[in-house]
Write a protein that binds this ligand. Structure first.
Ligand code: BG6
Length: 483
């Protein structure tokens, strides 16, 4: 069956930075299904050839030395461009006619990829529905919705409702690109393809879990979007809560989209959304000092660029175990990591052994950029009596396998074409995630807890360290060593 990927927002950033490079890479590796054509749609005027030529330059820029001109020429034969206006019903009718012409007498799979500004998602879905382009008659029709999926629970519900008017849930693929990362998928393998971790993966052995997504860069040129979004909408509602669900979920009975998503949804359901009175104590809200000087940021903006949030998963496995989620811009380094801190030994018989500070018995899962897993434990220092020292066992993907970690979009695009929704968020999942963060966003926007400033290059505001220490714990503030 032939496949057509229609990219709405074809002249935008996502198309040139992520989608086309990922599709080109799939083609280069021989993984793009035969007869795949890509049709760009947006308001900018391009001929097919002009769009191909423009993308040749940008793809070369993003894939670097892996770009091969001859391979590109082959790939580019299947790139087409149709100009249109996403707000006009006629444009969709014209697009449908153009797609039929390209498909000839063999209608195949169509993927409608919304790479537009989020305010166009509903309009595009409605027009696709009205033009009859969503009906599956022997030929699947799928829609891909990028983040942000709404700005709060109410808007996410509305977007789901509009999508469901034109599409059934099995046709909808909501992207969270974190799920396409190799190390994020590896969380399932690590936990459920081994037997040594799972018996201790619970409240009896784990003291707490830290999930950190730190970025050294500031908000750059994205001030307009970021100033109204802030860190919770940008990173917590989606990426960090996804990591939490994969860390905390039960083993699904089968590796199957619905089984996996059912288990993730159970985790989200077990997190009771905070009462506004709890937010001030259970969260830290920060902003880097030069943020207000960034382009398109309001001069007195109180938007958070850093957040730390403590959540509890209220079930038999996790009752009483805090999950600390933390993310920020302009931090010390780029690192996304999950720290599982196991409990102290019940009784420490070595005089030099730790009695309160928890730093051994720790597993660190490096999501990026130094993808890998480390286990930290105490070892005897040779020839030094019973002195202990913290040591580690370290596994690094780039040493063990190829240094070429594929971009998340390659896997996600392939899964969409194959109709596998395991790595995509279901409607109930996305709404539950919003219901967890909504009270936090609302309380922050009402000014609680006070906004704490931090210098760029720190691990967030110093008060965040004190907050953690007051709970008898310490953040794992370590930049990973790159191989
Ligand atoms: C995006 C956020 O979803 O994820 C960005 O909008 C953030 O602000 C990015 O920088 C992080 O993704 P990655 O893959 O670079 O960790």
């Amino acid at each position: 069956m032939s496949q057509t990927i229609v990219i709405f927002g074809a002249s935008g950033d996502l198309t040139r930075r992520k989608l086309i490079p990922a599709l080109y890479e799939l083609e280069r590796k021989g993984r793009l299904p035969n007869q795949t054509r890509i049709v760009g749609f947006s308001r900018t005027q391009y001929s097919d050839d002009a769009w191909r030529e423009y993308l040749a330059g940008t793809t070369q820029q993003f894939v670097g030395p892996k770009f091969n001109r001859a391979r590109w020429e082959e790939f580019a034969k299947n790139l087409f461009y149709r100009r249109g206006d996403i707000t006009s019903a006629e444009s969709f009718e014209a697009l449908d006619t153009a797609l039929r012409e390209l498909e000839g007498d063999q209608p195949g799979l169509r993927v409608y990829y919304l790479a537009t500004a989020p305010e166009h998602y509903e309009t595009a879905a409605r027009h696709l529905g009205q033009a009859g382009m969503t009906v599956e008659q022997g030929a699947p029709r799928r829609i891909v919705v990028e983040k942000p999926f709404g700005t709060n629970l109410a808007s996410a519900r509305k977007l789901n409702a509009v999508l469901h008017e034109a599409f059934q849930e099995h046709q909808i693929f909501r992207i969270d690109h974190y799920l396409g990362k190799e190390t994020v998928q590896n969380l399932l393998i690590l936990r459920f393809a081994n037997s040594i971790f799972e018996p201790i993966w619970n409240r009896n052995y784990i003291d707490h879990v830290q999930i950190t997504a730190a970025e050294a860069g500031g908000i750059g040129t994205r001030g307009g979007y970021y100033d109204s979004a802030g860190v919770v909408r940008d990173m917590f509602q989606n990426h960090l809560l996804q990591l939490l669900t994969l860390m905390a979920m039960e083993a699904p009975a089968r590796f199957d989209a619905e089984f996996i998503r059912d288990e993730k949804v159970k985790v989200l359901r077990a997190i009771t959304p905070m009462h506004p009175n709890e937010v001030a104590e259970a969260t830290v809200r920060g902003q880097y000092r030069k943020y207000r000087d960034e382009p398109n940021v309001r001069p007195h903006s109180t938007t958070a660029t850093f957040g730390a949030i403590r959540l509890y998963v209220e079930n038999w496995r996790w009752k009483g175990v805090p999950f600390y989620l933390r993310s920020g811009k302009a931090m010390e380094c780029d690192t996304t990591q999950i720290v599982i801190q196991f409990q102290l030994p019940p009784h420490m018989m070595f005089a030099s052994g730790p009695r309160s500070v928890k730093e051994a018995n720790r597993m660190v899962i490096q999501i990026q950029p130094a993808e890998g897993v480390q286990l930290h434990f105490h070892t005897k220092v040779p020839d030094a009596g019973m002195q202990l020292r913290l040591t580690d066992l370290s596994f690094q993907f780039r040493q063990k396998f190829s240094d070429d970690m594929p971009d998340a979009y390659q896997r996600l695009l392939l899964d969409i074409m194959h109709g596998d929704a395991s790595l995509f968020t279901r409607s109930d999942e996305v709404e539950l995630a919003w219901s967890i963060v909504d009270p936090i966003i609302e309380t922050w926007e009402a000014g609680q807890p006070p906004l704490a400033l931090y210098e760029a290059g720190e691990w967030g505001p110093p008060i965040c360290e004190q907050w953690m220490e007051a709970q008898g714990r310490r953040w794992f503030n370590v930049c990973p060593a790159l191989p």
